[in-house]
Design a protein around this ligand. Structure first.
Ligand code: PLP
Length: 391
């Protein structure tokens, strides 16, 4: 019914994934398996809504009605069994902007903000660029799986200057789905130590292999009151270019403060397509998503089998969610610049540099498998051929 194998050239669409290769990798001649969007068409129903709206040639200021909240409420209930109320939802012009708004709203300059590393690079910049002090809680790796050092987490959040913790669930780049116990422990420590949780759950609909997403705010009223959840349809349905997302909080005080900053920055309008795309995706995109997840699972298994068979020293970190795989090349024993140069100059593939996710990302690369299988096969064969030439 859905043909995810279809190759769709993106040349001429100003796609970041293509256009920025020269700047980031110094070459256009690299297979783009990096930036976190997919080379896969959005559901037909979403494209139809956008195309229909584009036929009307006035693209003026646009408002969102309660239909926007309603489709979010229905989606959260259906996919995550989370009962969300209309007044808990507010628009955001993207998840990263909502992190910035939260930092501006809930911390003062020189306050401390905690993140768990390795992590999506903007988690660092949103803190540092806004003159807050960054505190890192490195995830602990054991046999290719990542865990939280809760003793350190408790110690760090005890600091009265530490006001905010940015959770990433599921966690990019390690593809980890935090368990109920882990989330309860995180929430318990944050409440005890008076630390607000901003939970980035942008990848929450991309659950693989029977893993289940648990919104941390769904675990209890006290946790919900201490949390702002950031979500979007953007990753799930490949509509990130609309720069549209939303936040959820049951805490009215937090909501008012979030809104105050959103308004003060004049970022509340949004663009003409973002809300209707989100609405259409949530209303009509579910069977497409279920099929996509199966396709991604086969891509992931393909990558795991490939490395097991041909390059067994490379570990594919236990993939539980997202279309992003965290590959451990440490046994190749290369310095990070040499690993990057190998991928670009020898293999001619564009993967994300592991070190851009933090110091403890050295020796790793991030691979995006949200592409037709032939592209993934091509990318892995390029790596294998280049590696064999070197040996
Ligand atoms: C964890 C995480 N948060 C946020 C984003 C980006 O969100 P937005 O484009 O809505 O700012 C990404 C994109 O890769 C991501 O992985």
């Amino acid at each position: 019914m859905y043909n995810f194998d279809k190759f769709i050239p993106r040349e001429g669409t100003h796609a970041y994934k293509l256009e920025f290769r020269k700047k980031v990798f110094g070459s256009d001649d690299v297979l783009p398996l990096w930036v976190a969007d997919m080379d896969i068409e959005t559901p037909r129903e979403v494209a139809d809504v956008i195309q229909q709206r584009s036929l009307h040639e006035i693209y003026g200021y646009t408002v969102r009605g309660s239909w926007f909240q309603q489709s979010i409420m229905d989606w959260q209930l259906r996919r995550h069994q989370w009962h969300v109320r209309e007044e808990w939802i507010e628009y955001a012009p993207g998840v990263v902007p909502s992190l910035v708004i939260a930092i501006m709203a809930f911390t003062n300059p020189d306050d401390k903000v905690l993140i768990q590393t390795p992590v999506y690079p903007p988690f660092y910049s949103v803190v540092k660029d806004n003159n807050r002090e960054l505190v890192t809680n490195p995830l602990v790796e054991e046999n290719g799986k990542f865990f939280i050092d809760f003793d350190l987490f408790d110690k760090q959040t005890l600091d009265p200057k530490l006001k905010l913790f940015i959770l990433c669930n599921p966690h990019n780049p390690i593809s980890r789905v935090w368990t109920r116990d882990e989330l309860l422990k995180i929430a318990g420590i944050c409440i005890k130590n008076n630390v607000l949780i901003i939970s980035d759950e942008i990848h929450s609909d991309l659950m693989l292999f029977d893993n289940k997403h648990i919104p941390i705010a769904s675990l209890g009223d006290d946790i919900a009151r201490n949390t702002i959840t950031c979500m979007a349809a953007s990753k799930t349905f490949n509509i990130a270019g609309f720069s549209t997302s939303y936040i959820i909080t049951s805490n009215r005080k937090l909501m008012l403060e979030y809104r105050r900053v959103l308004m003060s920055l004049h970022l509340f309008t949004g663009n003409v397509f973002g809300a209707i795309a989100t609405d259409a995706a949530y209303r009509y995109g579910e069977s497409w998503l279920n099929a996509l997840l199966q396709y991604l699972e086969v891509n992931v298994r393909y990558v795991q089998d490939f490395f097991n068979n041909y390059l067994p020293e490379v570990n594919v970190t236990d993939p539980q969610a997202t279309f992003l795989l965290w590959l451990d090349f440490r046994k190749w024993d290369l310095l990070q610049p040499d690993l990057n140069n190998f991928m670009v100059d020898k293999a001619k593939v564009a993967l994300n540099d592991g070190a851009s996710f933090g110091e403890n990302g050295k020796g790793f690369m991030r691979l995006n498998v949200g592409s037709p299988r032939l592209m993934i096969e091509d990318g892995l064969n390029r790596i294998l051929r280049a590696r064999k030439m070197k040996m």
